[in-house]
Write a protein that binds this ligand. Structure first.
Ligand code: BJW
Ligand code: ZN
Length: 253
């Protein structure tokens, strides 16, 4: 595809790239997004599944929903979009700030990842906060109990009304302030505080590029909106970057 000349220029000069990703980047790996007509929440209400009060009200149902999603994530493979992001590390300082709870960026080989909304492959005890890997409870259909205190075990994901984990958000904000280009990939950009990340990047002078199959809440604020699948667009941008970064610079004498 033909890219905008000012984007090509920015990509040529850039040193640091930030990829702010959402569920759409994993859609081509067979993992459903949340919103939209085939999204996880087209039939199920988020407030009945993705909040601590929902978990306390109906722990087994919420647990089972996450077990079902873990099975899908475990079988899924990183797609060309995840792999392209990892490849950019050959030529740039690359940071990934993801809202996704799957581990596909890590499996694709990205090395600097902040998981704003936690990870579906971890669990912890609601009482003593001991962490457990999901493999330990792989076959549990009902909420398992902590071996130390008998508390209920929950997935280590961030539900509505909960603070983001540890330093993930301040880390992400710092990377937003430092990047030259911020790519916003496969996210509806409506969930906060995560959606402040690209806004911060822009405030600090980054060039914003959105890659999505449709326009979103943030489209009007970006410098360049590319409509298409991330698994197709990102490899094309990587190819362009590789050509820019490896081409022989003219001798200046
Ligand atoms: C493709 C594609 C392809 C498809 N290629 N593209 C300020 C203003 C308003 C509200 C708030 C605010 N601050 C806080 C709030 C409240 C709330 C919030 O944001 N609500 C809004 C929804 C209105 N935020 C919170 O509660 C957060 N906590 C917080 O603020 O703490 C402080 C606090 C403490 C105490 C009291 C009050 C506040 C926590 C938010 C946690 C979000 N958690 C979830 C669930 C994680 C667990 C799980 O997985 O089950 O995270 S919600 C869900 O949405 C998930 C996602 O990470 C997140 C974002 O979704 P995402 O990734 O954008 O997916 P989709 O489906 O929306 O979009 C997919 C996109 O892909 C689409 O655009 C497609 O077009 C595109 N696409 N195929 C490219 N092939
Ligand atoms: Zn415990």
């Amino acid at each position: 595809m033909e890219f905008k000349p000012d984007f090509i220029d920015r990509l040529n000069k850039a040193k640091s790239l930030l990829f702010f990703t959402g569920a759409g980047i994993s859609a081509e790996s067979g993992i459903a997004t949340f919103r939209g007509k085939d999204g996880l929440w087209s039939k199920l209400k988020p407030e009945e599944l993705a909040s601590f009060s929902a978990f306390m009200k109906n722990p087994d149902m919420v647990w089972e929903w996450y077990q079902y999603r873990r099975e899908i994530v475990e079988k899924a493979k990183p797609n060309k979009g995840h792999l392209a992001i990892a490849e950019f590390e050959k030529f740039y300082d690359v940071n990934v700030v993801t809202q996704n709870v799957d581990d596909l960026h890590a499996r694709a080989g990205s090395t600097n990842i902040d998981e704003l909304h936690g990870s579906i492959v971890r669990n912890f005890c609601v009482d003593c906060k001991t962490f457990y890997n999901h493999q330990e409870f792989k076959f549990d259909k009902k909420v398992p109990r902590c071996e130390k205190c008998n508390g209920m075990i929950r997935p280590d994901v961030v539900w509505f009304g909960e603070n983001l984990r540890g330093n993930a958000f301040p880390n992400g904000e710092q990377k937003a302030k430092e990047c030259d280009i911020c790519f916003i990939v496969g996210t509806s950009a409506i969930v906060y505080p995560a959606a402040y990340i690209p806004i911060t990047a822009k405030q600090y002078g980054a060039y914003l590029v959105e890659i999505n199959i449709e326009p979103t809440e943030i489209s009007y604020q970006v410098d360049y909106s590319i409509l298409g699948k991330s698994g197709e667009i990102l490899p094309e941008i990587f190819e362009l970057a590789a050509n820019l970064k490896t081409k022989k610079q003219p001798n200046i004498f």
